[in-house]
Each structure stands twice: as C-alpha cells, then as structure tokens.
Ligand binder design. Sequence first.
Ligand code: AHR
Length: 513
Amino acid sequence: MKKIILLICMGAIFSSTLAQTKITLNTDLAKTTINKHIYGHFAEHLGKCIYGGIYVGEGNPKIPNTAGVRNDIIQALRDLKVPNLRWPGGCFADTYQWKDGIGPKANRPKMVNVWWGGVTEDNSFGTHDFLDLCERIGAEPYLAGNVGSGSVKDLTDWVTYVNHPGGSPMSELRKQNGREKPWSVKMWGVGNEAWGCGGNMTAEYYANIYRQYATFMTDWDNTSKLYRIASGASDGDYVWTETLMKNIPHKMLAGVALHHYSVLSWTEKGPSVGFSEAHYFKTMSEAYLMEEFVKGHSTIMDKYDPEKRIALIVDEWGGWYNVEPGTNPGFLYQQNTMRDAMIAGMTLNIFNNHADRVRGANLAQIVNVLQSVILTNEEKMLLTPTYHVMKMYNVHQEAKLVPLNIESPTYEFQGKSLPAVSVSASKDASGALNISLTNIDYRKPHQVSINLRGEEFSKISGRILASATISDHNTFDQPNKVNVKDFADTKLEKGVVTLTLPAYSVLVLKLAK
Ligand code: AHR
C-alpha cells in the first residue's frame, strides 16, 4: 500500500514538472501557401555526393542503376517528394565548365575539383545526367551558374542549351547529344557565395555583375520567365541583402539567397556522434538563429519590396560537424543523428511560419555530405533521421499556413535558454490539418495543448520520430534503428488536443473531419 502511495506521489511530482506548451491555431485565417520549394535539396560535386553516391556509373555490375544513378536512391527521393534539386554547387558551381560535361562520355575532358579534396573528376555526370535524374525523381532542377570563373556567354549558352526549343546552335547541339525536347529549367542561381568562394566580390560589384548576367539569361519570348536567384548573404550580413535589393532592378530578380549553417565554430566543429550536451545546446542555438536571420533579411526586403514579390531562398542550411574519423577532410562526410532531426524539425517550422517571404530552401546536402538525408557505402544505403523528418513534414508542401500563437517552455543549459517546443501547421486541399511539433529539450518531455479555436475535427493520428539517446543514428548494420512510429497518445476533447511530447522528438499530427 505504502509503495502504491509513493508511486502516485512520484507520478504527481513528475507530471507537475512538465511545463505546459500552449498553442492556439487560427485555422480560419489560413491563407498563405507554403511553397513546396522550401523542401528542396542540394547536390554538389563534393566528396561522395555525386560520384560514389548518387552516380555509380552505367553498367555498374554491383549496384542496380538507371543510366548510372542508383535505383534505391531514385526510389527514396521519389518517396521524399523532393520539389527541387540544386546542382552542381556550392563553391564547385563557380568552377564548373558545363560544356565539358556533355557529349560522349569517353571524350569528356577531366577536371580537378579544387574546392573539395583536389580529386580528379571525369565529367561523366553532366547536364543530361542531372536533368534526367530530376525528371526521374519528379523534382524541378535548380541550376547554379558559374559567375566567379565563367563568362556571360558560357552561362547564356547553358540556358539556351537546356531551354531553347530548336534552331539555335546550342539547341541543335543538345539534340545531337540525344535530347530532342528542352528541359525548360526555370530556377537559376546567378553564382554562389559571391562574397567568398564565388569570387570574393563586394556587394556593389556583385550587384552590377548580376545585372549583366541576368540581362542575357532570358527566355525566348522576351518575358523573362526564368526564376533568377541572386547569390545571397551569409548569416546576418544584412548589408549584402540591402545592397542587392537597392541596386538590382526588381524585374530581373525572383529571389535572393541566404546561407546559414549550424556550426559550433569554423575552427572546431565537434564530432557528429558522441557530442556533449554543451555541443548540443550550441548547435540548437545556431539552428535557432535561422529565425532571427529570416526575420532580419525579410525586414530589409520588406523595405524595398513591400509586396513580397521577391523570395528569400535559403539555398544552403543544415548542421556542419567534423568529418567522420578516417575520412577525407575535403569530403565533408558526417553521421546524422537525432540532433540533426532536431535541426530539421525546428528549421522547417521556421520556414513554414515565414512562408510569405521564404519560398525556397535547400538542405545541404542530399547524399553523403553534411546533413544528408541518405548515406551510402558501396551497395548499401540508409535513410538518416533527417530524411524521416523531411518526409514527415512534406504534408505541408503547397498547403495553407495556419497562423498560430505559441507559449513554449524553455530548454535551459548553464544559465542559457531556448524555446523547447516549436510548431507549424497547415491545411491541405482536403481540409485536413497537419501540425508539426519539435521538442529540442535534451532532458525533458513537455506537455502540449493545442487549441483549435472551435474548428471541429473527428479524427486524429500521429507519426513520431524519437529515440533512446540524442546520438542515436542509423548505420549500415542497423539501418532502421531510428525510424518513424505511429503515435496515438493524444486526446482531442472540446476542440483542444493534449499530448506529451518526448524529449528530443519530432511529431506530426493529422486532424481530419
Ligand atoms: O555545402 C558546402 C559548401 O558550403 C558549399 O559549397 C558552399 O556554398 C558553402 O560554403
């Protein structure tokens, strides 16, 4: 008897220590569409992203492939609903000579990848290979043009090669190389990180260069339907964004980019597995800065573009750690744990909630590099915790953002604190409400109540990504250690959903009528 009373008391103490997260969803005010391109990915010629990752070569006897691209990757990316794929870089883009990557593969010149490991590449994965891959996985291509070491003519030739219907030297060359119909590529990056690896330019200089390139990168009916994206700021470099917004005619500009990585410090990035709570807290603080940067850059853009015609495209984001021991430092190969799932869940909530201005983003990078969704080792392949989060969240693509209020408890560490719970919600075309919640707290579960403000739903279901330790990850021997499970511990009563969100977990709820 005594034992039972003690247990009841302990239960009461435990539940009273669970702080309340109070969320109110204004489902009646949902009007902004969450652009599917927020869920974009990025494939650079870097380490084993393309060669030895996505592309294993035609006729590879060990790994089943289609035109040299792994079939298991094609399937996984189709399932993920990748809306766009950015290629070929990154820093690599400003060294890439696209003409060396077309025509018979045996005749293609070799090149040295000066940015990433100094390895020699044979150009066997080129424009046709990439654009055909995009068609196979149902993604829109996002080509990053070489501005840093290329020429206006090279880039406009590339536009013509992939987009011109016929009768021009470039479209005829494309046809000779086996592709009759143009691919009609809309999304074009005009250089990458022009302030750094893309040419160490000043913002003023780049704005002028952008104007010059953009002038010649047009469609054939002179309406310029190309979606041209300017190389954007790093982190909180607001002067960069302001200079572009001021100096580039807006009719030439569809998007301005932003890059932000969650890194401990550029000199010591810490391990990707087996990190301390101090490492974890710092990574979460860095990831949370995305909120500040998105708001800061948006405020400047609002000043010059109050109608929000120009998009903020966060075309590189994710966690960046030390490379896995024993791997090439230039290949940026790192493991992907529940910590990365937290970065993904929190960041995607930020993007969704700022969907009026953030209309594109690209996780860095898709396979075997940085915060990958897929890792490969010879014929083996695994899906990372980040893959699962990106897939759970894809219900928000093209759905209507539900404005909300949240009062979150804090995750505290050594006198510092961060909001523990983040959330975003949307209504899809069928009227279903999808709510994504991330609890980054290293130690505590949190009670959550979600007030639906009178809108009635009769069905509720959930899927959760949670695991025993924050360092948990999938390995080639245990590829399903971290995986999504059904979550039924919810109560829907009188228009309020209540649940307990485990420590470091990501949950997506679906409510239907
Ligand atoms: O994603 C890795 C590198 O990070 C990219 O090549 C570059 O744009 C950024 O600095």
